[in-house]
Write a protein that binds this ligand. Structure first.
Ligand code: SF4
Ligand code: SF4
Length: 489
């Protein structure tokens, strides 16, 4: 392990050295492999911001920055009325809620970005301290996109800022690259479970990993399941030929780390009489990935490459009108959201419309009176639900409430919580560990600790479940596992 760490660190030092020698800061913008040059020619963005092209047109009062084109316009959507600096209701903004500091609010982030694009922080603002500090505690929860009256999408603005910073630096730091590449090395992680267990038992080893890689020593790390779901699942469609056809998108986390959830979802769909196609790459090869881990770390080219693979794999199904059902909120909902900003072409609109979380699909089927699932009563059972930020941002909790309501006698309570604080890899990062736990302590962890031991804890997000495990020493599950348990024999 020590040798491996030393090797990785040496490689990182070498890359940095080479980057400096190549004066990459000067040439980085030319190295962007997929730039969207705004029409003023002022800046190459890595995401497609053309959706904001018409913002502020004819409005003399719109404070559109001098540079940045449509990206600047997306920041200018913030009108500065500071509604994001309230803590009375809703989920926005977790970093402001926990610090009470306006410097960690959506408004301040937008204002800093506008100032940066107005040249107030020098020629290379993306490498400067002002923007880095303003964005530091943004967890990408999308609370602002839903709750800000103007719909500021700070999660996306931050990703572009990160990508610009990495371009100036020459590459993303080692830790960010490791976290981003999880889907690539997840298939090979099973033999390392013993090492991960050792890290949790030996504080010195955890400290070494923290110092070397910046992964918080006090965090547990997810364990790879002995067998991935897709390696044992059949290649051909599952279910009778007369069943309504659907596609099940098994994400990296459900596939490699929590195959039980994917099995539960498949069982529910089969019990409902559906004919299930598992999304797989048409030409074989490594499993599909939505690109979320890459995008969150500002590795936009890699995210786009993953997204393109997924779009090509899903298109034959979507073109036939099949719904695409997903389990991990931040993975599935990316198809309805960030895929538009990745510049993936015309297929995106139909793919976005076909993409549904399992709970949304089941609720829709129920409303259309097509759902044939039968559930047995769960007398005396209580379920406590924590919604993933992106479920909240896309209004998907209504569907979850409806579907859990189909189980007779199950008492369901939803926790009034903001972001769990884990937010993908945010809580794993050593410098963010404390703030991540403070976010969780705002509402989620106290409610979980209060819950009786027999209470079913439901959290559909992988990182939310990890936060509950680390913070309250309790196990939670995806709702599919509860629903499967309630299926009538
Ligand atoms: S981010 Fe939204 S809520 Fe906050 S100041 Fe800007 S417009 Fe107002
Ligand atoms: S994405 Fe979440 S953390 Fe970031 S500014 Fe918006 S509400 Fe705040």
């Amino acid at each position: 392990m020590a040798k491996l760490l030393a090797g990785i660190l040496a490689l990182e030092l070498l890359i940095n050295k080479i980057n400096k020698l190549r004066n990459i800061q000067k040439w980085a913008p030319l190295l962007l492999d997929h730039g969207f040059r705004d029409k003023f020619g002022a800046m190459d963005t890595q995401l497609d911001w053309s959706a904001y092209d018409s913002y502020g047109a004819g409005d003399a009062y719109a404070a559109v920055p001098a540079q940045g084109g449509a990206y600047g316009k997306a920041a200018a959507v913030c009108i500065g009325n500071r509604q994001c600096q309230r803590t009375d209701k809703g989920v926005m903004c977790p970093s402001f809620r926990v610090t009470g500091d306006a410097a960690h609010s959506t408004q301040h982030r937008a204002a800093t970005l506008k100032a940066a694009l107005n040249g107030e922080y020098g020629a290379n603002p993306f490498a400067g301290p002002e923007l880095t500090a303003a964005m530091d505690l943004c967890v990408g929860c999308k609370g602002c996109k839903r709750e800000c009256p103007n719909g500021v999408d700070m999660a996306l603005l931050r990703i572009e800022a990160l990508a610009q910073r990495w371009a100036l630096r020459g590459s993303a730091p080692l830790r960010e690259r490791l976290l981003a590449h999880l889907p690539r090395f997840a298939p090979w992680l099973a033999p390392l479970n013993g090492v991960l267990r050792l890290r949790e038992r030996l504080p010195l080893l955890a400290e070494l990993v923290e110092r070397g890689l910046g992964i918080a020593a006090r965090r547990s790390l997810p364990r790879r399941a002995a067998r991935s779901f897709l390696t044992k699942a059949p290649q051909e469609a599952i279910g009778g030929p007369e069943g309504r056809e659907v596609v099940l998108l098994v994400d990296t986390f459900s596939n490699h780390f929590d195959p039980e959830t994917a099995e539960a979802a498949l069982e529910i769909l089969r019990a409902g009489g559906y004919r299930v196609h598992l999304a797989r790459p048409p030409a074989g090869g490594r499993p599909l990935c939505c690109g979320r881990t890459f995008l969150s770390q500002g590795l936009i080219s890699e995210a786009r490459a993953e997204a393109q693979r997924l779009v090509e794999a899903l298109w034959p199904h979507v073109a036939r009108g099949l719904p695409v059902i997903g389990l991990e909120p931040s993975c599935l909902l990316m198809l309805r959201d960030e895929y538009y900003a990745l510049g993936l072409g015309e297929k995106i609109d139909r793919i976005a419309k076909a993409a549904l979380l399992l709970e949304e699909f089941l609720a829709r089927e129920h409303d259309a009176k097509r759902l044939t699932l039968a559930f047995q009563p769960m007398a005396d059972a209580r379920a406590l639900v924590h919604g993933h930020c992106h479920q909240k941002a896309f209004g998907a909790l209504k569907a979850l409430r409806k579907v859990l309501g189909l189980v007779p006698e199950l008492k369901v309570e939803f926790i009034e919580s903001s972001c769990c604080g884990m937010a993908g890899a945010f809580g794993l990062e050593a410098e963010h560990y404390e703030i991540s736990m403070r976010m969780a302590e705002l509402a989620l962890l106290p409610k979980v600790r209060e819950a009786e031991l027999g209470t079913l804890l439901i959290a559909n997000g992988t990182s939310c479940r990890q936060q509950i495990r680390d913070g309250a020493r309790r196990e939670s599950v995806h709702f599919a596992r509860v629903l499967r348990a309630a299926l009538a024999a």
